[in-house]
Design a binder for this molecule. Structure first.
Ligand SMILES: [Zn+2]
Ligand SMILES: [Zn+2]
Length: 162
């Protein structure tokens, strides 16, 4: 919330209590709001000890009509619409996003490494499958050779028996 003092043109920061614990802002009956010290000083300079005029709309005002404003502050967590709070939240979110991006990049590197390992493992599996099928065909040949050898041995035995 940014409220401007019509006298000094500075923001009236209702979040800051004045040093003496008094009100930070004062309102006139016309509705215009100023820093309490600013409007007090203004009215004291007006010549009259009981009357003055609003610096903004010039309407007549009795000094005793100045309303001191005491604003109770909402706890900070309820100040989500406050631009300052939004900015801070935004900064925090930006930092979160950056750290998540870092983590993501790191995960990406790990994924790349794992993909490379996966590819080389698949190549190894293919090699092993090749070796296995070669071994299997050799085994078949050996079985055939063994069978032939067996039948020849049988013939030899038959011949011996003659
Ligand atoms: Zn002021
Ligand atoms: Zn006024």
């Amino acid at each position: 919330m940014n409220v401007q003092c019509g006298i000094c043109k500075d923001a009236i920061d209702v979040l800051t209590k004045s040093g003496d614990g008094g009100s930070v802002a004062s309102a006139l009956p016309c509705g215009h709001v100023f820093h309490s010290p600013c409007i007090n000083q203004w009215l004291n300079q007006s010549g009259s000890t009981i009357k003055g005029s609003c610096p903004h709309c010039r309407s007549c005002v009795a000094k005793k009509q100045v309303l001191k404003l005491f604003l109770d502050l909402v706890p900070l967590e309820n100040y989500e619409e406050d631009p300052v709070v939004i900015k801070a939240v935004n900064e925090n979110l930006k930092r979160d996003i950056e750290s998540l991006k870092d983590q993501l990049a790191h995960k990406g590197q790990t994924t790349d490494k794992l993909t490379a390992i996966n590819i080389s493992l698949r190549e190894r599996v293919l090699e092993l499958e090749n070796s296995l099928s070669k071994a299997q065909s050799k085994e078949r040949l050996l079985t055939l050779a063994q069978a032939k050898l067996n039948s020849r041995t049988k013939v030899c035995c038959c011949l011996d028996n003659l």
